[in-house]
Design a binder for this molecule. Structure first.
Ligand code: 3ON
Ligand code: FE
Length: 495
């Protein structure tokens, strides 16, 4: 049966490239409306707001950007209230967005290869960064913040989505200082009377790389900030936390800035993956007391690979266990290439691995948890930093090979059971968000919310799946009046 399934999947694709490309068009309009085209029923106990961020513009007044990661951030807000849902989207009014929209043309180079018109001469020695606020959106300490990993957050009004300005946390962050797009929410911090706390980081790459750790209390105040330097250039998008540690994967890459300086490539296009060098796992204690000098940064080594996203980490005896989506190699973004023509079959899939970091022996052991191509892992918010039973992940429709995300996979790490709900052939998936049912006990008792692009209508749906069972149709599908370009990350804020 296994073999049969493999053959049928490889002989006929679950998607067409043309359908997939439909999700990479700009959405220039900003909407406000109650969603009235709904299949199924919105659970009346689902109350709160799903915030999503991602590139809303794939062109600046007709001039295409080179890579989706260079697109200006657009926030979508889906508010659920007593069985109804309201949609609103707004662009983050960053300084660069406002300037470019006023000028009607591209004024900034992008990190991932977007160039100003006029060839390399027009781009050489231009190192200005456009803070595009496009990667994540969080609500913390009564502030709604749009995040981009190379600069400071933008603060927005949580209701109107109006951009209010850049956020410096009472001057603890300095102008232009980075605050990554992958904060982790510790549900119960051991250093703060078991109150929740937000842990984030920033990376300052160079010949050596500086990692800064930030911890914010529930009022949004930065209560811990410390920096550490490790040798070598690092490109680090995400991290994981446990009650005592921050864990980073320093993937083996090198950076040659010359083509960037000369205006021939974006900075991100100057990163080269090194398949013959190990990945370094960097473990930084969350709290370093002056009297406790034994608690230092530890660096362990494991096989070469590239990790963007971690699912979760936890401590067990002498080990830290971390589940991550790992690629055998990182494809380079090439100046001549067109991301819309991505040959999925030529790329390596992201797969879910478990890494055992043994702090006593300073060794790493890894095993493959899931070979299906997957990306954007998530879990119950109370399990962050603790051992988890379930993971929810965006996944390919086919069990093997590399392909666009078209499905959602539920993994039960205890029983080994897998459940897949697929939107193929016309549907394309994104990051799932797990929302616990109020007063629930079971780890999977809740809803999985996600945006799905439906190529048959060229519109997007908000899909609500039952976290307990993916082997059935969604609880509800909310049909939006327009598409939403494939996005990056978001979060749910309960009412
Ligand atoms: O020299 C440094 C090099 C560099 C790359 C300087 C730097 C700090 C400016 C820098 C910047 C990095 C940035 C801005 C990274 C931004 C990343 C981003 C916006 C998104 C990453 C997404 C990752 C994944 C895995 C997305 C997956 C998407 C899909 C499966 C498609 O739906
Ligand atoms: Fe990410």
């Amino acid at each position: 049966f296994e073999a049969q399934e493999q053959i049928s999947h490889t002989s006929t694709k679950s998607y067409s490239l043309n359908d997939w490309q439909g999700g990479y068009k700009s959405l220039k309009q900003e909407f406000d409306y109650w969603i009235d085209d709904i299949e199924g029923q919105i659970p009346p106990e689902l109350n709160g707001t799903l915030f999503r961020n991602g590139p809303g513009l794939l062109d600046i007044n007709g001039q295409p950007i080179h890579h989706p990661f260079d697109g200006d951030g657009m926030i979508s807000r889906i508010t659920f209230s007593n069985g109804r849902a309201h949609f609103r989207n707004r662009f983050v009014r960053t300084a660069g967005y406002l300037e470019e929209q006023k000028a009607g043309k591209l004024l900034y180079r992008g990190v991932f290869g977007t160039q100003k018109p006029g060839g390399w001469l027009a781009n050489a020695f231009d190192f200005k960064l456009k803070n595009i606020a496009n990667t994540n959106i969080i609500y913390w300490g009564n502030k709604l913040l749009a995040l981009w990993e190379a600069a400071e957050p933008h603060r927005l009004d949580p209701y109107t989505l109006e951009t209010l300005g850049k956020e410096y946390f009472n001057g603890v962050l300095s102008e232009g200082e980075a605050f990554s797009a992958h904060p982790r929410f510790d549900p119960s911090c051991e250093f703060d009377d078991s109150k929740p706390c937000l842990v984030n980081f920033s990376i300052k790459p160079g010949l050596s790389t500086t990692f800064t750790i930030f911890e914010l209390d529930t009022t949004g105040r930065i209560i811990r900030k410390h920096a550490h330097s490790v040798p070598g250039f690092a490109f680090i998008h995400d991290f994981a936390i446990t009650p005592n540690y921050c864990i980073f994967f320093h993937n083996p890459v090198t950076f040659n800035p010359i083509p960037f300086v000369l205006g021939m490539r974006g900075a991100g296009e100057c990163i080269k993956f090194q398949p013959n060098q190990p990945t370094r796992v960097i473990i930084i204690p969350r709290r370093i007391l002056p009297q406790d000098r034994r608690k230092k940064v530890q660096i362990l080594e494991t096989q070469s690979g590239f990790v963007f996203h971690h699912a979760n980490a936890f401590e067990q005896g002498n080990e830290i266990i971390i589940d991550s989506i790992c690629y055998e190699s990182l494809p380079e973004v090439e100046p001549e290439s067109d991301f819309r023509q991505t040959d999925f079959d030529a790329l390596k899939p992201g797969q879910l691995w478990r890494f055992h970091l043994n702090l006593q022996q300073q060794t790493v052991r890894r095993n493959l948890l899931e070979s299906r191509c997957c990306e954007f892992p998530t879990l119950h918010p109370q399990k962050v930093g603790r051992s988890h039973r379930y993971l929810y992940i965006g996944a390919a429709h086919a069990p093997s090979g590399n392909a666009p995300l078209q499905a959602f996979l539920k993994i039960d790490l205890e029983s080994g059971e897998r459940q897949l709900w697929s939107a193929a052939p016309k549907g394309f998936a994104s990051e799932p968000v797990f929302v616990p049912r109020p007063h629930s006990q079971r780890e999977d008792d809740g809803w999985v919310l996600a945006l799905v692009y439906d190529a048959s209508r060229d519109r997007s749906d908000v899909v609500i799946l039952d976290g307990r069972n993916f082997n059935q149709e969604p609880i509800a599908r909310l049909h939006l009046k327009h598409h939403i370009p494939y996005g990056l990350h978001g979060n749910f804020t309960p009412e």
